[in-house]
Design a protein around this ligand. Structure first.
Ligand code: HEC
Length: 114
C-alpha cells in the first residue's frame, strides 16, 4: 500500500524534477540570440563582427551599449526595451523574453570583467 503510493508519487514527481533540472541547466539568455536577431539586428550589430542589416540607422553595437556606463545597466536596458526608440514602437516581448535579452546584452559587458 505505502509502497505503491510511493511508486505513484515518484512517477508523478519525475517529470517535474526533470523539467526543473533542464531549467537550472539552461542559461537565462538561451533564447536571447534569436530574439536579438529578430528584433534588433536590423539596426544594431548584435553579434560582434556581424554588421546590422541597416547600418544607416547608426545604432550603437550591443558591445558598445553594454560597456557604456549609462546605457549598460539592467535598469536602462529594461527602460529602453519597454519604450519606443529610434521611431520604433515598443517591442512586444514577454517579461521572460525581455529579461533574457537584458541578460544577453549585459553579458557583453567587459567593464567589470577584471
Ligand atoms: C529601427 C532601428 C532599431 C531597431 C530595430 C532597434 N534599435 Fe536600438 N537603437 C537604434 C538607434 C538609432 C539607437 C541610437 C539612438 C537612440 O538611442 O535612440 C538605438 C539605441 C539603443 C540603445 C541605447 C539607448 C540608451 O538610451 O541607452 C539600446 C539599449 C537599444 N537601442 C536596444 C535595442 C534592442 C534591445 C533592440 C531589439 C529589441 C533594438 N534596440 C532595436 C535603432 C534601433
Amino acid at each position: 500500500m505505502l509502497q505503491s503510493f510511493l511508486a505513484r508519487s515518484m512517477r508523478a514527481a519525475f517529470p517535474m524534477v526533470a523539467v526543473g533540472i533542464c531549467f537550472v541547466m539552461t542559461p537565462a539568455w538561451a533564447n536571447a540570440p534569436d530574439i536579438a536577431r529578430k528584433y534588433c539586428a536590423t539596426c544594431h550589430e548584435v553579434t560582434p563582427g556581424v554588421a546590422p542589416r541597416n547600418p544607416s540607422a547608426h545604432a550603437p553595437s550591443f558591445l558598445t551599449i553594454s560597456n557604456d556606463p549609462r546605457s549598460g545597466t539592467p535598469d536602462n536596458l529594461a527602460h529602453v526595451i519597454s519604450q519606443s526608440h529610434a521611431s520604433m514602437p515598443p517591442f512586444s516581448l514577454t517579461a521572460t523574453e525581455r529579461q533574457s535579452l537584458i541578460n544577453y546584452i549585459m553579458a557583453f559587458n567587459t567593464r567589470h570583467a577584471h
